[in-house]
Design a protein around this ligand. Structure first.
Ligand SMILES: C[S@@+](CC[C@H](N)C(=O)[O-])C[C@H]1O[C@@H](n2cnc3c(N)ncnc32)[C@H](O)[C@@H]1O
Length: 170
């Protein structure tokens, strides 16, 4: 029976070679010591095991980010950039000999400002520190709601390109 555990990827409580396959989906960019996390993922895999790692491109959702910048964000948060489609291969190659990247291109078409505002609200932990000093979080949300409504009125939807992908590592 599978037993869920909640642990730091940089200190996994599993034996060497314990798994045939491991997945690290959209999470390595949160990890404080990414190289240590990658080494642990390698350690707990069998020699011929496979690691799947997904992440975003630093250019993903540019149209959405441009809207946020126009509403009072003074710079983009760098969190995703710590482990992205662009630099992830290099970080994984420190512990894996064969690293291949499979890109996924899609787009979000959002015909209602509500989900745009809700998404921004859910990102408060990473956005608030990057607001211009004269803009409060509440001001920012009002501006995002107005700007998203304006885009929907003019174009029928906010359309933003999503660029992400999966590294397959052996
Ligand atoms: C964006 S969520 C992705 C969740 C899920 N993997 C998915 O694709 O929907 C990021 C996840 O990274 C986890 N995380 C952050 N730091 C971590 C760490 N040091 N070790 C293990 N997991 C971590 C968080 O608990 C959170 O579940």
């Amino acid at each position: 029976m599978a037993v869920p555990v909640c642990v730091d990827v940089a200190a996994l409580p599993f034996a060497e070679g314990a798994f045939d396959a491991v997945m690290a989906m959209h999470m390595l960019y949160h990890v404080e010591d990414i190289p240590a996390g990658v080494r642990e993922l390698r350690r707990v895999l069998r020699d011929d095991g496979t690691l799947l790692v997904s992440t975003n491109s630093v250019t993903s959702e540019r149209e959405f980010m441009d809207l946020l910048m126009a509403c009072g964000l003074k710079e983009l948060p760098v969190q995703d950039a710590r482990f992205s489609s662009e630099n992830g291969g290099e970080l994984l190659a420190e512990a894996f000999t064969d690293v291949r990247f499979f890109e996924e291109r899609s787009k979000f078409v959002v015909p209602d400002p509500g989900p745009v505002v809700n998404t921004v609200q859910s990102m408060r932990y990473s956005l608030e520190a990057h607001l211009a000093s004269s803009v409060t979080w509440e001001d920012f949300l009002f501006r995002v709601a107005d700007a998203a409504q304006d885009v929907v009125d003019r174009h029928g939807a906010l359309v933003t390109q999503s660029l992400s992908g999966v590294f397959v590592c052996r």
